[in-house]
Design a protein around this ligand. Structure first.
Ligand code: 0L1
Ligand code: MG
Length: 238
């Protein structure tokens, strides 16, 4: 069953076609769902992609409220999901993408942060109407689709209350604070270790979570995130 569910989710992503909530319908709990996620990502690795990091999802009240799931989750990042700062996200390859401003950490082999950067994450639930249960979204690799990292900076003394702005086409779309990310984004480091349980590799990225709710990413949009003291990061949607 795990392999079949992974194949359904993989096909949904590759065909950019939404599917029903097949994981909760199969009665899987969170552990079963993480096994599906592992099998799903293994399919990508089998096609030549490389693991390059981890993401936390649903680390803020705004995000939890937006999707009706109230547990922090994690997923896996591959090199194929990385879009350079100032680069382009192809929305025709996605189902109903959303974008959110994040903080990213650069990790050493012990999972400690060596640098920090502003980031944008594109999420794209493979489920119809962006509607899912905890097990569904875990199996779907926490909706991971693409991400962009700004310039890395040395860790500042405090990261716990930096202003965050998400702009779409030069207009403010969301305003928030890094405090929304687990109270302090640095908590993501311990949470990733606890939840993912696996050691990081030096050079991996950790997306700590979004500081605001996500907004729809539509073709032609120019999206920029500003994190106070950390700088900016931007992508264009084609
Ligand atoms: O990165 C996130 O917070 C997304 C986690 C999955 C829920 C969603 O698709 O919004
Ligand atoms: Mg996210």
């Amino acid at each position: 069953m795990t392999g079949d569910l992974a194949e359904r989710l993989d096909a949904a992503a590759r065909d950019a076609t939404a599917i029903p909530q097949v994981v909760s319908a199969a009665g899987l709990d969170a552990d079963g769902a993480y096994a599906v996620q592992e099998a799903l990502v293994a399919r990508r690795l089998g096609r030549g992609e490389r693991l390059v990091g981890l993401k936390l999802g649903l680390t803020s009240r705004a995000k939890m409220a937006q999707v009706g799931v109230d547990e922090v989750i994690w997923g896996r990042l591959t090199d194929a999901m990385a879009v350079p700062d100032g680069g382009t996200v192809d929305t025709s390859a996605l189902i109903h993408p959303r974008i959110e401003p994040e903080v990213a950490f650069l990790l050493d082999a012990d999972g400690n942060a060596t640098a920090v950067a502003p980031a944008l994450e594109v999420i794209d639930s493979r489920y119809a109407d962006f509607t899912f249960s905890l097990a569904d979204v875990v199996a779907d690799n926490a909706s991971a689709a693409a991400y962009t990292i700004g310039s890395w900076k040395p860790l500042p003394d405090g990261l716990d209350n930096l202003g965050v702005l998400l702009e779409v086409d030069g207009r403010v779309a969301q305003v928030g604070s890094t405090a929304a990310i687990l109270g302090d984004p640095r908590r993501a480091l311990g949470a990733a270790r606890r939840l993912a349980g696996a050691p990081a590799e030096a050079g991996w990225v950790l997306l700590a979570g979004a500081a605001t709710a996500a907004v729809s990413l539509v073709k032609g949009a120019h999206v920029r995130a500003v994190v106070e003291g950390l700088g900016t990061v931007a992508v264009r949607a084609s």
